[in-house]
Design a protein around this ligand. Structure first.
Ligand code: RIB
Ligand code: CA
Length: 303
């Protein structure tokens, strides 16, 4: 079992990623850390707790960054994830609470306690990871691997024509993480836009006699409608965050290349992830994915 911290901005596809990760015996999810992103930090933390409650899993949750490193927060993507971040399905407060320790302190402490063991999967803005590295640069050589959902290296963006949402939300944090020397794998739109969950799956989830499959069907329906609006005829929604989890479970789902990835920090291309052949450090960029094999694996684990 790989010990993993899952850093989330829950979010509909984050919720699917949490379920996939917690139902996968290859991973030991020791804690969930939260970041602003798909909503304000209060909502992303609440949503994370609600998802755990629905799954019947007890995993500690640590609340993290409420804003980008050094720019004001942008508008939250309510058109994709709903006003509440879970497709307007939230009807109650969670029973559990987040831990008193903050996400950044938790990440630093766990990495130090388990040198060269910890994998961090980060599927929201990279603010918590950047803050941890800035506060304690020594953790860079102690983290086993950081797998991130973010970036659009050889393809267009989804928030602007140039930028993917997680990088756009905090470009300086992404630049900090990519240039830190951490062992980073980028699972960007280059591959996640190929891993589509077909709309037809909702009928199957709704036919199941399980509360959690209805919980996920309701929120995913909202997400699928957003995809149809922005990509008419696409027929499904992108499994962005679940693919980052999948790559940790089975790296053979993707083919990677090493590039020096820089983030544009100014102008209309802000948030663009640019791959350079020259310069260091090189990080792993996913270029191809076995989409069907991944989708079948994801579906076999979700419930
Ligand atoms: O661009 C996709 C990413 O943005 C995913 O992490 C999704 O949850 C949203 O935050
Ligand atoms: Ca996310």
């Amino acid at each position: 079992m790989k010990p993993v911290i899952l850093d989330v901005d829950t979010g509909i596809d984050d919720a699917l990623a949490i379920a996939y990760a917690l139902n996968s015996p290859e991973l030991e999810i020791i804690g969930l850390t939260t970041c602003f992103g798909n909503g304000p930090i209060e909502n992303t933390t609440r949503n994370t707790l609600l998802v755990l409650e629905q799954l019947g899993k007890k995993v500690p949750v640590y609340s993290g960054a409420d804003k980008p490193l050094n720019r004001p927060a942008k508008k939250f993507p309510t058109h994709v994830h709903g006003e509440d971040g879970l497709g307007n399905t939230v009807k109650k407060a969670p029973l559990m609470e987040a831990e008193s320790e903050g996400a950044v302190a938790y990440i630093i402490n766990q990495v130090k306690q388990r040198p060269h063991e910890m994998t961090i999967i980060a599927v929201g803005p990279l603010t918590n990871i950047a803050l941890a590295v800035k506060k304690e640069p020594g953790i860079v050589s102690l983290v086993k691997e950081v797998v991130i959902m973010g970036g659009a290296v050889f393809t267009g963006g989804n928030t602007t024509p140039f930028s993917e949402a997680n990088v756009f939300a905090d470009p300086e944090a992404a630049e900090c993480v990519f240039s830190s020397g951490l062992s980073v794998t980028v699972v960007g739109l280059d591959v996640t836009m190929q891993t589509l969950l077909p709309n037809a799956i909702l009928a199957d989830w709704r036919a199941r006699d399980r509360e959690e499959s209805h919980f996920f069907a309701d929120m995913t329906s909202f997400y699928m409608q957003a995809y149809e609006t922005f990509h008419p005829g696409i027929g499904g929604c992108a499994l962005h965050d679940p693919l980052a989890v999948g790559v940790v479970i089975d790296p053979s789902f993707v083919k990677k290349e090493k590039w020096n990835v820089k983030v544009v920090l100014e102008g209309e291309e802000t948030g663009r992830t640019v791959a350079l052949a020259e310069g260091e450090p090189k990080i792993q960029v996913c270029r191809q994915v076995e989409a069907d094999r991944f989708l079948n694996h994801f579906l076999s684990r979700l419930f």
